[in-house]
Write a protein that binds this ligand. Structure first.
Ligand code: K7E
Ligand code: CUA
Length: 673
C-alpha cells in the first residue's frame, strides 16, 4: 500500500471517519451519510480517495470540506449579517457553508432588488446630507435586534461611518426600511449596538468636530470641537427609529470609538472607548506631529462609562439643549448629574465588549499586548466611593486599579473580543495575525478546564484580522461552535484579480476546548471592506415567502391604497399627468402598450399579482434609469417626466418563465408638436 493511501488505511484500522467503509454496496444506511445510494456506485470511498490524491488534499482538508459542505437543498444552521464596508450594503452569509445568500442594499442603490430605482428611492433620499444625495455609505457594525439580551431575528441595524447615518432593515423581507441622518454629527463609528430589549440603538461618534456642523478653526479644538454618542429610540411596533424620542450626549473631543450596551447586571449602562485623549490636531505639513503619532503619546486613553437610564430620565425631564433642533445633554449636565465617568484604558484601544453575563467589560489597546478586563461591580463601588480625579473637562476619571479585574497578555495588536458557550473569550490580533483564546473568570470561568483569566491558545489567520464574530456571540448566551475571522489582507489566498484583492473571511471551528481551533474555510469577500458581523441561529428568522397580500408596499409594510389591481388595468390621463395601472404575472404585463406625450408626468403603478413562492418579476425601462424588482404581491409606483420622445421597449428583468423574453411591452413617448 502506498503511503498516500491513507483513507483506506484509516478505514481498515476501524476509524469511524468513513462511515460504512466496510460495506460500500449502497444497499442500506451504512453506505455514506444519510443512507443515500452513491452516485459513485459501490466505490464512493475510492472516488473520494482519487479526488484527494488528484487534488493533493490532506485528511484535515477532507474533514474541513465535510464540515462546511452543504448538500443541495440543505440549509445552513446559522446566518451571518456582515457589514458591506464602503460598499454600503449588508451581506447575508450562510454558516458554515459561507455561501452568500443575499446582498441587501442599504446606503447604496442595488438594482437587482430595484432598491434606489423606484423602491427604496424615498428611503435613500431620506439619507440626504445637507440636501445632497449620498449614494454610498461606509457600513461598520451590524446589530441584530434583541429581546432579553438574545437575538430575536426581527430587525438588523447598521451605521454609516462616513456620514453618521443609521439604517433599519426589517428581517421579514430583508429590506432596508429607514435611514436616519444624525443631525449633529458628520462621523460615527460606535454604532450600531442595541440595548438588551432594543429599546435604544447606540450610535457613537468618531472624529471630533463642532457639533451641528458649525465652523470653528482647528486652534479652537479644545473649546469648540466635541465628541458625542446618540441614543436612538427604536419603536419595535412601527419597525422604525422614533427620532422624536431620541437624543445625544455631548462628550469631550476625544475620538470615541466603539460602544457596547450593558446587559443583565449592567443593564441600563453603556460603555465606550476612545483614543486621542491627547487632543492631537495633526498638521504634519506645518511641523506638528502627524495624527498617528500625536494621538498615541499618552499611555492611557479613557473608557467611557455612561448611566443610560439616568440619561434617559434627564432627557425626559427636558434637561437638554438643542443643537440643530436635536436634544443634547450637555457635558456639564452629564458631570453634574453623575451620568458620565471615565476610566483609564491602555493606549489607543479599539474594541470594547461586554461579557455575556454583563459583569465585565473587555478593552484592548492596539499598542498594548494585553486585554484589560474591568469589573462592573468594581466600577460601581469606585463611583460610590468617589475615587476619582477630574480630567481637563471636569469628567471624573475613576481610579484604574480599583476598577480592573484582570489583564491578560494575548499578543500583538489586540482589537476585538467575542465570547462563546465554553467560558472563553476570543481576541483578534491584527499584527500577528491570529485569534487568541483566553478563559473568562467569574461564573463563566467555571465552564472550561483552564484557570480564570488565562491565555489558552491561538490560531493563525491569513491575514491581519479586524473583527471576529462568534455564533450568537453578542448575546447573553452565545452558541460558540463557529468563529469567523474577518481578515483585511488576503495576499496569497486566492487567484489574483488585479491589485485590489478581496477580503478574507475565515471560518474557524471552535467547538473543542483547550487550544484546539481550526481554520476550516476561506471565503473571499469581493465587495467593500466588511468590518463587523453578527451570526444568528437561522431558525430564529421567520422571513415571508411572499408578501402577505397583493398590493403590498414594502416601504410601509402595508397594502397600498391605489395599487394596480388585476382586471382593473388602465391608463388614465388627467391634463398632463398620466397614471398607468399595470399588473405583472407570468408571462405578461397588462397593458402592453403605453403611449404618453413628451413632457407628461408619468405615474406608473405596477403590481406583481403572483402568489407563488419566488415568482418575481422585474420592470426595466431603458433610458429612464429604472429597474424594479417586484416580489410576489408587491406593488410599486414610479414617477418620472417623459422628457425624451421615442419608443422604449420595457421588459421583465427576472427570468421568470419559459416565455420570459416575451414578457415585455412598448412605452411610446410621442413628440410634442
Ligand atoms: Cu473596522 Cu469595528 Cu469599524 Cu475594528 S472596526 S476592524
Ligand atoms: Cu416576468 Cu420575466
Amino acid at each position: 500500500m502506498k503511503a498516500k493511501r491513507w483513507i483506506f488505511g484509516a478505514c481498515l484500522m476501524g476509524s469511524s471517519l468513513l462511515v460504512g467503509c466496510g460495506n460500500t454496496g449502497g444497499d442500506d444506511s451504512s453506505s455514506g451519510a444519510g443512507g443515500a445510494t452513491s452516485a459513485y456506485g459501490d466505490a464512493p470511498y475510492e472516488a473520494l480517495q482519487t479526488v484527494a490524491e488528484e487534488r493533493n488534499l490532506t485528511p484535515d482538508d477532507l474533514v474541513a470540506a465535510a464540515k462546511t459542505f452543504m448538500p443541495s437543498g440543505r440549509h445552513d444552521e446559522y446566518m451571518m449579517f456582515a457589514s458591506g464596508g464602503h460598499g454600503g450594503q449588508m451581506i447575508v452569509i450562510g454558516v458554515p457553508s459561507m455561501r452568500i445568500l443575499k446582498i441587501i442594499g442599504v446606503f447604496t442603490p442595488e438594482p437587482w432588488q430595484g432598491y434606489g430605482y423606484g423602491v427604496g428611492q424615498d428611503i435613500l433620499a431620506s439619507g440626504k446630507v445637507n440636501g445632497k444625495d449620498i449614494l454610498w455609505g461606509d457600513t461598520h457594525h451590524p446589530a441584530l435586534s434583541e429581546t432579553a439580551g438574545d437575538y430575536d431575528g426581527q430587525f438588523v441595524f447598521i451605521n454609516d461611518k462616513a456620514n453618521a447615518r443609521i439604517a433599519v432593515i426589517d428581517l421579514r423581507d430583508f429590506e432596508t426600511k429607514q435611514i436616519v441622518k444624525n443631525p449633529i454629527s458628520l462621523s460615527d463609528h460606535g454604532g450600531t449596538m442595541v440595548t438588551p430589549n432594543t429599546d435604544y440603538i447606540i450610535e457613537g461618534g468618531q472624529y471630533g468636530h463642532p457639533l451641528g456642523w458649525d465652523y470653528a478653526p482647528m486652534d479652537e479644538y479644545v473649546e469648540k470641537y466635541r465628541g458625542m454618542v446618540t441614543i436612538w429610540k427604536f419603536d419595535r411596533k412601527a419597525g422604525r427609529i422614533d427620532e422624536s424620542q431620541s437624543f445625544a450626549l455631548e462628550l469631550p473631543p476625544y475620538w470615541q470609538d466603539l460602544f457596547d450596551a450593558g446587559k443583565l447586571v449592567s443593564e441600563g449602562w453603556i460603555f465606550g472607548n476612545s483614543f486621542n485623549t491627547e487632543l492631537a490636531t495633526g498638521g504634519v505639513e506645518s511641523g506638528a506631529p502627524p495624527f498617528e503619532a500625536g494621538a498615541s503619546q499618552r499611555d492611557n486613553d479613557y473608557m467611557h462609562v455612561i448611566n443610560l437610564d439616568k440619561a434617559v430620565e434627564l432627557f425626559k425631564a427636558g434637561r437638554v439643549d438643542l443643537i440643530k433642533d436635536f436634544p443634547v445633554l450637555s457635558l456639564d449636565t452629564l458631570i453634574e448629574e453623575g451620568v458620565l465617568y471615565f476610566i483609564p484604558e491602555p493606549k489607543s484601544p479599539h474594541g470594547i465588549d461586554v461579557t455575556p453575563d454583563g459583569a465585565f467589560m473587555v478593552v484592548s489597546g492596539k499598542l498594548d499586548p494585553h486585554v484589560t478586563v474591568y469589573s462592573f461591580d468594581k466600577i460601581m463601588a469606585t463611583i460610590a466611593a468617589k475615587n476619582w480625579e477630574p480630567d481637563q473637562f471636569g469628567v471624573p476619571v475613576l481610579d484604574f486599579d480599583s476598577c480592573v479585574e484582570a489583564q491578560i497578555e494575548v499578543g500583538l495588536g489586540p482589537l476585538h473580543t467575542q465570547f462563546d458557550n465554553l467560558g472563553y473569550a476570543y481576541t483578534s490580533l491584527f499584527l500577528e495575525p491570529s485569534v487568541a483564546r483566553w478563559s473568562l473568570g467569574g461564573e463563566a470561568g467555571t465552564k472550561n478546564p483552564e484557570a480564570d483569566w488565562t491565555m489558552v491558545g491561538k490560531v493563525p489567520v491569513q491575514y491581519n484580522v479586524g473583527h471576529i464574530a462568534v455564533a450568537e456571540g453578542d448575546t447573553v448566551s452565545p452558541d460558540g461552535k463557529y468563529l469567523v475571522s474577518m481578515n483585511k489582507w488576503a495576499i496569497d489566498r486566492f487567484a489574483p484579480v488585479g491589485p485590489l484583492l478581496p477580503q478574507n473571511f475565515q471560518l474557524v471551528d471552535i467547538a473543542e476546548t483547550g487550544d484546539t481551533m481550526r481554520v476550516i474555510y476561506d471565503m473571499p469577500i469581493g465587495m467593500g471592506e466588511p468590518h463587523y458581523a453578527q451570526i444568528i441561529k437561522a431558525d430564529k428568522l421567520k422571513p415571508w415567502d411572499v408578501y402577505p397580500e397583493v398590493g403590498w408596499n414594502p416601504e410601509t409594510q402595508s397594502v397600498r391604497l391605489d395599487y394596480a389591481r388585476q382586471g382593473k388595468e388602465r391608463i388614465e390621463r388627467n391634463g398632463t399627468t398620466v397614471d398607468i395601472y399595470m399588473t405583472a404575472v407570468r408571462s405578461h404585463f397588462t397593458p402592453e402598450h403605453v403611449e404618453v406625450n413628451e413632457g407628461d408626468l408619468v405615474r406608473w403603478h405596477i403590481t406583481n399579482v403572483e402568489r407563488a413562492y419566488d415568482a418575481t418579476h422585474g420592470l426595466a425601462i431603458p433610458g429612464y434609469n429604472t429597474n424594479l424588482s417586484l416580489e410576489p404581491g408587491e406593488a410599486q409606483t414610479l414617477e418620472f417626466v417623459a422628457d425624451k420622445p421615442g419608443v422604449y421597449p420595457f421588459y421583465c428583468s427576472e427570468f421568470c418563465s419559459a416565455l420570459h423574453l416575451e414578457m415585455m411591452g412598448y412605452f411610446l413617448v410621442k413628440p410634442a408638436e
